[in-house]
Design a protein around this ligand. Structure first.
Ligand code: OGA
Ligand code: MN
Length: 298
């Protein structure tokens, strides 16, 4: 159990009765009957933590929680990361990034598309994210799904010649890799200030990482933030990465989340990559994200 949960003083909170129901896809599970507006006692927290490790993405149904309650629950897993796009942080709660396509008075209220390309949150940092929690505020009547791909399975099933080609190698991750690529008016992105650019200097991580809690290996590259493999010629690097991306997102590695009102989704960025499928621009979509800092990948 992470130190953060031991340090919390909720051991005496009342036990809650809830179910963990794995999805048929084997990636992901829903948690039904748990109320995150109440502090979890250590035994309940341990079950949630284990479900997160086993299924990589857990969906808490029917939550009615405040921003502070989302922050408090997120903190039990570790230190929270503040997103570089300061203009999209919730007022008085900078730990929450607003993900939204809504434009009010000509100003976007949040990050219009937080993931049009497959990615692992904050993989462009020295300390990428352990996991992210996304809590539905407003959902469109169609579209807006989030897809998750299991990178443990992707590694386990990677053809031998590709395993050999990447094992022991590192790749460069850069926030600005595809920052404004393929964007339109509805998914406009602000120009990064020199100060913001200084916070997202590119980093290098192993292509195959070992999950610090479950011990399993996982691929840790994605089209969103990975730019090249260290030590390979540009064309070879590009071709190899493309083969890995294609394999990673094969249908059998994927859980597609269709959002329900009051869902809070918590995924493991060390085990999965994810993608925002997008929704028609005229339909409103808004979610609140907290991001928990993880370890340096090894
Ligand atoms: C994110 C993200 C996906 C979505 O918030 O990190 O990638 O469907 N969101 O909004
Ligand atoms: Mn994301």
């Amino acid at each position: 159990m992470p130190a953060a949960s031991l340090a919390s003083s909720s051991a005496q909170a009342a036990a809650q009765s809830f179910d963990v129901r794995p999805f048929a896809e084997k990636v992901g599970a829903e948690i039904v009957g748990l109320d995150l507006s109440k502090p979890l006692n250590d035994a309940d927290f341990a079950r949630v933590h284990q479900a997160h490790l086993d299924y990589h993405v857990v969906v808490f149904r029917d939550q009615q929680i405040t921003p502070q309650q989302q922050i408090d629950f997120s903190r039990r897993f570790g230190v929270l990361q503040i997103h570089v796009l300061k203009q999209f942080l919730l007022a008085n709660h900078p730990e929450i990034l607003i993900v939204s396509n809504i434009v009010e008075n000509g100003q976007p209220v949040g990050l219009g598309d937080a993931g049009k390309y497959w990615h692992s949150d904050l993989s462009y940092k020295e300390l990428p994210s352990l996991g992210s929690m996304l809590y539905a505020q407003e959902l469109p009547s169609e579209g807006g799904d989030t897809l998750f791909a299991d990178m443990h399975r992707a590694w386990d099933t990677l053809p031998e010649h590709l395993r050999k080609a990447v094992e022991g190698r590192s790749a460069v991750h850069n926030y600005t890799a595809r920052y404004s690529e393929g964007h339109n008016a509805a998914s406009w992105r602000p120009t990064l200030t020199p100060e913001q650019l200084a916070q997202v200097v590119e980093v290098t991580h192993p292509i195959v990482r070992t999950h610090p809690e479950n011990g399993r290996k996982a691929l840790f590259v994605s089209e969103g933030f990975t730019t090249r493999i260290v030590g390979l010629p540009e064309d070879e690097s590009r071709a190899l990465l493309q083969e890995i991306y294609d394999h990673s997102v094969r249908p059998e590695h994927i859980y597609r989340h269709h959002w329900q009102a009051n869902d809070m989704v918590f995924w493991d960025n060390r085990s999965l990559i994810h993608l925002a499928a997008g929704c028609p621009a005229h339909l409103r979509r808004k979610l609140h994200r907290t991001t928990i800092q993880g370890d340096a990948p090894f």
